[in-house]
Design a protein around this ligand. Structure first.
Ligand SMILES: [Zn+2]
Length: 262
């Protein structure tokens, strides 16, 4: 299994108008893409779309904003965990003020985290909008897996907590463009930073960001880090290799390239 040349750690491939084109482009450009899904009932379809791929991996997920309508699919999720190493989109979203819904979200998220912990090596891509503190607390310290906070929008203090707990961050075009995003990125440990498009939700100028727009995220990161595009690309790849390769000791992940378990 090849890691490729670029990393898109969070992309909704199945929600593009032409997923086949997005997938073909990712393959041609050797763009390692985690194809997240929002409900368990679409996982098999996405897995089939990418079954021939060297670089695109399907993830099984249950988006927190969909638990009110699709929460009953939670039982469908557990057996599907056997079919992929990747899990997402999962997490918490407190844009709803409804305490009952927030409770259901926490319940579902905790159950998924518990199931994934048994595998010890799952790569999880986590949503945490307005719920960063609870998301970090639910994952806890030294979680037996590889949690990635996607599109982190919390405070610097929360960021430091997440980093000290061993979490990774995947950053997108919206983040490298905004003042707040830039400030947060500058506080992230460089060895924990990955890139994502979150397409088609994040827009790149007028069109939905595709995995091939990852170049623009790398350009933004290169500016913030004051290094070249090529060095930035290599750093992100090395970070991704560490994330995938270290099974037992995540604290030393930045020093240990380990073996690749993809
Ligand atoms: Zn997403």
């Amino acid at each position: 299994m090849k890691i490729g040349a670029f990393v898109d750690a969070h992309c909704h491939v199945d929600l593009f108008e032409r997923p086949d084109q997005i997938i073909a482009e990712a393959e041609t450009k050797r763009l390692y893409t985690i194809a997240v899904t929002n409900v368990p009932s679409v996982f098999r379809h996405t897995a089939m779309l990418v079954s021939h791929c060297r670089y695109v991996r399907p993830a099984i997920g249950l988006h927190p904003e969909l638990v009110h309508s699709h929460g009953n699919q939670i039982e469908m999720l557990q057996p599907l965990l056997k079919e992929t190493r990747y899990v997402g989109e999962i997490g918490l979203d407190y844009t709803t003020a409804d305490k009952y819904l927030r409770n259901i979200q926490r319940n579902i998220f905790t159950r998924i985290l518990g199931w994934c912990a048994e595998y010890k090596d799952k790569v999880l891509t986590l949503h945490s909008r307005r719920a960063v503190a609870d998301t970090i607390a639910a994952v806890g310290k030294d979680y037996p897996g590889r949690p990635i906070l996607h599109w982190f929008t919390g405070t610097v203090r929360e960021l430091e907590q997440a980093a000290s707990n061993g979490l990774y961050f995947s950053v997108n075009f919206a983040m490298v463009q905004s003042k707040k995003g830039q400030l947060l990125i500058s506080r992230m440990p460089v060895e924990r930073v990955l890139t994502e498009t979150d397409g088609p939700f994040v827009k790149f100028h007028s069109h939905p960001a595709k995995p091939s727009d990852i170049n623009h995220v790398l350009e933004g990161l290169a500016n913030l880090w004051h290094i070249s595009f090529e060095e930035t690309r290599e750093k992100v790849l090395a970070n991704f290799r560490s994330l995938l390769g270290v099974v037992s000791d995540r604290e030393s992940s930045s020093h240990n390239k380990g073996k690749e378990i993809v």
